[in-house]
Design a protein around this ligand. Structure first.
Ligand code: XMP
Length: 471
């Protein structure tokens, strides 16, 4: 590539994919064969902005596909991205890293596609076609003009095209080989399972690990829906004692997460070793998992648990068809795949499950109280018409007690904390203003029905400063 700037509007993108390899931000390995007609995209380069995802969502709302990549994307990585129509240099408050002001590489400036600079003093200003307007009101129009007029992108990104693309990609990637999928029953893994069943049918084997930290009735429902209704190959593993024994006495949240993640991998690995001829591993990774686990300019918030840490000798290649979707897009994908509403609009549930809601060292009795309280909350939210309206709601049982009075005698029992939040992409969240009568009914039921609980509280904290989960 020459050092000369080539950015005439509509100039052909000169970087062609050299091979069938798709290089992900952060260097994650994922061989995704490039189809002939992969969706055209706008690339957002993270030059220290805190608003990468906002711009990404604005572009996707225009019906145009976009991906966020780190500022130091290499020429080779850039060249491997199919069908790039334009690049946004997204500068911001975190532009200085380790005392040095970061900038895009020459490969970006010389890519030949239209460039737009957001809050960024571009090194090669003459290569930049459009600047981000200072006035907020003008920004959406500027973005629209850049995407459609300068980049000549078409508004053709929708879920039907996404599914068609992914089915083609999955078939090409997997061929006649077999795929293994850890199916938790949450929205992400359920949608991946449905996509994989659609693409490769019984070449897929699903493993459902019951680690004892699932919600009431959940393991039974996974078996019913996937094995009985969708006809998936499903292996059910009862690993409850194994997990709870490992977690006994462990109070530190990050250690708990790591134990749950590591034990999950061990159980899953044992199941994988029993099976013959599996070469691929399906994963319900979604975009916030990638972005929140730390980009080059953002700090890691919490370690997210998935099954990416399997031993080298298992030699799986990843199939992650949802890795570029935001949560609401995953739901839209599930709807388009014809999954039932009860599954698609099921609230998200963290990999470590009730383990991060039974704070401190988990005990079986407190975990049981949590599971029962959570079931009551879900039942009452359903009755009050809040299911599907509130994004995520759950209970927490902390590891301390308070004094109460029951049957004329002093009792010393746990509180249950109710949390109900709304968000678009889980990066920020606000608290749902639940009506008093609903809260009071839930309180009455929890106090009457859940053993070991004498107090019910409502968590009013938004994210930030609080996170959604308590650990
Ligand atoms: P936080 O607590 O980080 O949660 O505000 C944001 C969203 O992510 C979910 N969450 C997790 N999901 N593994 C997951 O798969 C995890 O370790 C994990 N921690 C949090 C959380 O339920 C919320 O929807």
């Amino acid at each position: 590539m020459s050092g000369k700037c080539t950015n005439p509007v509509g100039a052909p993108f000169r970087c062609q994919p050299p091979a069938n390899r798709h290089v992900l931000p952060g260097g994650r390995r994922n061989a995704a064969p490039t189809g002939e007609r992969l969706t055209p995209r706008i690339v957002i380069l993270d030059l220290g902005s805190k608003e990468n995802t906002l711009i990404a969502r604005d572009i996707r709302a225009l019906g145009v596909y976009t991906e966020i990549h780190p500022h130091d994307i290499t020429a080779q990585q850039l060249a491997a991205l199919p069908n790039v129509k334009g690049i946004i240099l997204n500068g911001g408050v975190n532009r200085v890293v380790d005392g040095v002001e970061i900038d895009a590489s020459d490969a970006v400036y010389n890519s030949g596609v239209p460039l737009m600079a957001v809050d960024h003093r571009a090194k090669k200003a003459d290569c930049v076609l459009a600047q981000w307007p200072a006035e907020e009101a003008a920004r959406k129009d500027a973005l629209k003009a850049f995407v459609f007029d300068a980049c000549k992108a078409e508004a053709n990104w929708n879920m039907d095209n996404f599914i068609a693309d992914q089915i083609e990609l999955i078939k090409k990637q997997v061929g006649d080989k077999k795929v293994l999928l850890a199916l938790s029953g949450g929205v992400d893994s359920s949608v991946v399972a449905a996509l994989l069943i659609r693409a490769i049918g019984d070449q897929l084997t699903c493993v459902h690990v019951n680690h004892g930290l699932l919600r009431k009735g959940e393991p039974e429902q996974v078996v019913e829906v996937f094995r009985n209704q969708l006809g998936a190959n499903l292996i059910y593993v009862d690993a409850v004692d194994r997990f709870l024994d490992k977690l006994a006495g462990v109070a530190d949240p990050e250690r708990k997460r790591k134990i749950i993640g590591a034990e999950f991998i061990r159980v899953f690995e044992e199941e994988a070793r029993k099976l013959d001829g599996i070469e691929f591993l399906g994963q319900g990774t979604i975009y916030p998992d990638i972005v929140e686990s730390g980009t080059k300019t953002a700090k890691m918030v919490k370690s997210h648990h998935n099954v990416g840490g399997l031993p080298e000798d298992l030699q799986f290649e990843l199939v992650e068809p949802l890795k570029m979707l935001f949560k609401d897009e995953v739901r839209a994908c599930g709807v388009a795949l014809g999954l039932p509403d009860s599954m698609v609009y099921r609230q998200p549930f963290p990999g470590p499950g009730l383990g991060v809601r039974c704070t401190g060292a988990i005990t079986r009795d407190r975990l049981e109280a949590l599971r029962e309280a959570d079931a009551i909350l879900r039942e009452e939210f359903e009755i009050a018409g809040l299911r599907g309206k509130v994004w995520q709601y759950f209970t927490v049982v902390p590891d301390f007690r308070s004094t109460g009075v029951r049957d004329n005698a002093r009792c010393y029992e746990w509180p249950v904390i109710i949390r109900a939040v709304n968000t678009v992409d889980a990066m920020t969240a606000t608290v749902e203003q639940v009506e008093w009568p609903v809260l009071l009914k839930i309180t009455d039921r929890i106090l009457a029905e859940v053993k070991g609980v004498n107090r019910v509280l409502y968590d009013l904290s938004p994210k930030p400063v609080a996170t959604i989960e308590w650990e």
